[in-house]
Design a protein around this ligand. Structure first.
Ligand SMILES: Cc1cc2nc3c(=O)[nH]c(=O)nc-3n(C[C@H](O)[C@H](O)[C@H](O)COP(=O)(O)OP(=O)(O)OC[C@H]3O[C@@H](n4cnc5c(N)ncnc54)[C@H](O)[C@@H]3O)c2cc1C
Length: 458
């Protein structure tokens, strides 16, 4: 058990108040294990600041004492980056939950790092706006965590990932200094783009405290279709046709027979078709006027075996649930190894086929469940029934992805889970630049040590 020194606890309590410095093991527990249960470690102490000034105060205390910190938002990250490894201080941003009024003229708003995605969506909807990033962890994932991981989700196809929504940022550096770019300027070419750099930095360069975000129009007319197809290649052909012909296309997701069975068993959901099919493509179109006719016309003569279509909210949500419940259904079936990978679209069908082969070769016990954001070339490779600490299947999958010209992280980040594999898809010069940036901003390696740049080449 890691014990915090009395001096550190009292210094932190002087900043945030004693009731927001947790050193009781029972109170710390929820902050010490990640969502997948694969990653956990002891926190020296958990600190819960209320605002930017308190975050800066906490970082000054930790900087003076050379105590490392793990920032944590909703703790829904899937690569082990949000939980302590070796007695770090966990810095919870959950209390930074202030939502400023929507700037209706600019179509923007400023949110505290601890605001959940669902709260932001509800707040924007009150003023007739939507937010460009959406994902299944919306009730817990925070804006700060989503910026830190450059989260992707189900609408990247149309609006881009989290970095594309960021207009400005406020963050606290490792020594407690605050950088603030929040005026809401759409254009501002004054030097390096620090907000863009912090997006995707996984808590290794600074602690995000507030974010200025662009909003998108709320599109009320929607249609969702689950299309049964022969295989990934057919799903890609159908997707390419829809992208070329249907301007309102907002999502294109893929899942497979084994995942649907897990979801049905876990949630009790109704199967969309009387018989099972090898692969399913879920598409959603959204517009001001009903896009159903456009979708149906574009699907005429397409290589689709069967289709389930819904336009009413309840029906749409039922179809989405088949795809979105994958993560929780897999988690309920065991402690998964999760590999979030991307390849060029032209290699995606090959990846889907070969990943099953390489996992079976690496470990005969392994059970593979695949799903993902087809339109982005992004597959989530979930492997069940292998020991949590055994990386054999991870190595096999990530090497395959590198061979296919892909990336070992599409949207979840590197965290601790993939830090040893960075060199597979980043060369020495690239890693040297990232290391130099890290040292410039955090020379004592106090922010999220072990994450992203932890290991040199194995
Ligand atoms: C059911 C489910 C579905 C998901 N679907 C998707 C998906 O479709 N697309 C996707 O991209 N991800 C998805 N995720 C992963 C996860 O939701 C995202 O990575 C999300 O961005 C994490 O937000 P969080 O607030 O939970 O961050 P955390 O898990 O708390 O932290 C994630 C990382 O960010 C750092 N961090 C957190 N807050 C801050 C801050 N304020 N400043 C600096 N660093 C910080 C942490 O140290 C850590 O390295 C899913 C997860 C679940 C459980």
């Amino acid at each position: 058990v890691t014990v915090a020194s009395p001096g550190l606890v009292s210094d932190l309590a002087a900043v945030v108040g004693a009731s927001h410095v947790l050193d009781d093991p029972d109170l710390k527990a929820a902050y010490e294990t990640d969502w997948t249960r694969r990653f956990s470690g002891a926190a020296r102490v958990v600190v819960r600041p209320a605002d930017t000034a308190q975050v800066a105060g906490v970082l000054r205390v930790c900087h003076a004492a050379r105590v490392p910190i793990v920032p944590q938002g909703g703790n829904t990250g899937l690569v082990g980056g949000s939980v302590p490894r070796d007695g770090e201080v966990v810095l919870s941003l959950a209390r930074l939950s202030e939502l400023e009024p929507v700037d209706e003229l600019a179509g923007e708003l400023t949110a505290g790092a601890g605001v959940t995605l669902a709260a932001l969506q509800a707040h924007a909807a009150e003023r007739g706006f939507a937010f460009g990033v959406d994902l299944a962890a919306r009730d817990s994932a925070t804006i700060g965590g989503m910026v830190a991981t450059n989260a992707g989700g189900i609408h990247v196809l149309r609006y881009g990932s989290m970095r594309a929504q960021v207009v400005g940022i406020e963050a606290v550096l490792a020594d407690g200094r605050v950088v603030r770019r929040l005026p809401g300027l759409v254009k501002d070419n004054t030097g390096y783009d620090l907000p863009a750099l912090l997006a995707g930095s996984e808590g290794t360069l600074g602690v995000v405290t507030r974010v200025r975000l662009r909003l998108v129009p709320s599109l009320p007319a929607r249609v969702v279709a689950v299309l049964a197809v022969h295989d990934t290649a057919a799903a890609l052909t159908v997707f390419a046709r829809l992208r070329a012909r249907v301007a309102s296309l907002e999502a294109a997701e893929v899942f497979y027979a084994e995942g649907l069975e897990l979801v049905v068993a876990h949630t009790g959901a109704t199967r969309p078709f009387a018989t099972a099919h090898p692969a399913y493509l879920l598409v959603e179109c959204a517009a001001h006027a009903d896009p159903t006719d456009d979708l149906v016309a574009a699907l005429e003569d397409a290589d689709v075996v069967d289709a389930a279509v819904a336009t009413d909210r309840g029906g749409r949500e039922q179809l989405w649930r088949l795809r979105e419940a994958h993560t929780e259904a897999i988690n309920a079936a065991g402690v998964p190894h999760k590999l979030d990978v991307t390849v060029p679209l032209s290699r995606l069908a090959e990846l889907e086929r070969r990943v099953r082969e390489v996992v079976a070769e690496a470990d005969a016990r392994a059970r593979v469940v695949l799903f993902g954001h087809l339109g982005d070339g992004n597959l989530h490779v979930n492997v069940l029934d292998v020991p949590a600490e055994d990386d054999t299947v991870d190595v096999a999958v990530l090497r395959l992805v590198a061979d296919l010209g892909g990336s070992i992280s599409a949207e979840h980040g590197i965290g601790t889970a993939k830090a040893a594999f960075l060199h597979l898809t980043r060369d020495d010069a690239d890693i040297a630049v990232m290391t130099a940036i890290k040292h410039a901003l955090d020379p004592h390696t106090l922010l999220n040590p072990g994450v992203l740049l932890a290991s040199r080449h194995p």
